[in-house]
Write a protein that binds this ligand. Structure first.
Ligand code: ZN
Length: 82
């Protein structure tokens, strides 16, 4: 007997679905996509002390932590260049 493929989100068997389907429904597909978008990666990089102080002060002025401030900078930069 062939093993049924399972929905990547809710683990329901994918019966009568396209051969390339990985989720059982639009609801599971959008939840899976949202979960993927919210995953993050840690990027270690070296920054000069003076740049770090500047970054810290800019983040402080924006009332954000360095992580959130840098994430919004990178996100704005990337989306403004599309
Ligand atoms: Zn599902």
């Amino acid at each position: 007997m062939e093993h049924a493929r399972l929905c990547l989100k809710c683990r329901a068997p994918l019966i009568n679905k396209r051969s390339d389907a990985v989720t059982c429904s639009g609801k599971c597909r959008s939840q899976k996509w949202r979960a993927l978008k919210e995953q993050s990666v840690l990027i270690p990089f070296r920054l000069s002390t003076s740049l770090h102080v500047g970054l810290f002060l800019a983040a402080y002025a924006a009332n954000q932590g360095i992580d959130a401030y840098l994430t919004s900078l990178v996100s704005n930069h990337l989306t403004s260049n599309i």
